[in-house]
Design a protein around this ligand. Structure first.
Ligand code: ZN
Length: 283
């Protein structure tokens, strides 16, 4: 049992212990928009129970901020409750879930994760309302915007803007309880530019709900953008200087401890750089 706490006018966030994942509910006269569904059908059912206790209306739409398991594997629970409920996501998030979802499920089955059985029992449900750039959800007494700011954490991360509440839901483009996860499906050379687009949607007095952790202010997002820009630029410079990939982590100066995120950033960055820029002659 996890409580939904109101962080702004009719915007409630529940922070679940498993994966430290945030689920957000946006209230309106047309019911609740639920942003992210947690990590399994069973976990999604728990979210629905918690929403029932909140008593702020029934769920009329679901949004997945991106395709990762901790944000989309609860989708089936919402369809169980209402077979017609629309599930919104960026088109590339839906594509990635279709292409990679079963593989991600398989990784759980082989892991020691205590939740592996409920993940194995989870039916993947793909978002059926996709978009490429922006989408407005007209909730009657308020308007909610889904915006694709560019690639970053994954191919298709969206942010949710609730203008009248002064809140932006950042998904995993912004993380508070850990450094942003740079995985092997991330775009470390572009992430900071996407955060510039996000920042253009965040007024100084607004708050940003991250995918993991407590709400942050604009300055926090600026710092995370700067860190990601340093990482992207460092990868680019190392590649241009002809530093081999296996030496790149040790050679770079990073804004954080050189963890798996940094290793992934190097690997992904080297893959993504056009071949001609990987090794420039030293003039
Ligand atoms: Zn996440």
């Amino acid at each position: 049992m996890t409580d939904f706490c109101e962080v702004a006018d009719r915007v409630w966030v529940a922070r679940y212990e498993w994966a430290d994942a945030n689920v957000t509910a946006i209230g309106s006269e047309r019911g609740l928009v639920v942003v992210d569904t947690h990590g399994s059908t069973a976990a999604g059912r728990t979210v629905i129970d918690d929403l029932r206790r909140l008593g702020a209306g029934s769920v009329t739409a679901v949004v997945n901020t991106h395709w990762h398991w901790d944000h989309s594997f609860g989708n089936a629970a919402f369809r169980e409750q209402d077979p017609a409920v629309p599930i919104h996501a960026h088109e590339d998030a839906a594509r990635m879930l279709a292409e990679q979802g079963e593989r991600m499920k398989g990784r759980f089955a082989e892991s020691e994760d205590p939740h592996r059985e409920e993940v194995a029992d989870t039916e993947l449900v793909l978002p059926d309302h996709t978009f490429s750039s922006t989408r407005s959800l007209d909730l009657g007494d308020r308007l909610v915007e889904l915006v694709f700011p560019g690639r970053g954490h994954t191919d298709g991360d969206l942010v949710v803007v609730v203008p009248d509440a002064g809140v932006v839901l950042g998904g995993d483009l912004v993380e508070e309880s850990a450094k942003p996860w740079i995985g092997l499906d991330s775009w470390p050379l572009e992430w900071h530019s996407s955060l510039d687009v996000v920042l253009s949607l965040v007024a100084p007095e607004n708050s940003v709900v991250p995918g993991h952790g407590v709400p942050v202010d604009r300055a926090f997002v600026e710092t995370q953008r700067d860190d990601l820009a340093v990482i992207g630029e460092t990868v680019r410079r190392l590649a241009a200087a002809g530093v081999p990939l296996d030496a790149a982590v040790a050679e770079g100066e990073w804004p954080w401890e050189a963890d798996d995120r940094i290793a992934n950033a190097c690997r992904r960055g080297y893959e993504q750089l056009p071949p001609g820029t990987r090794s420039l002659p030293l003039a």
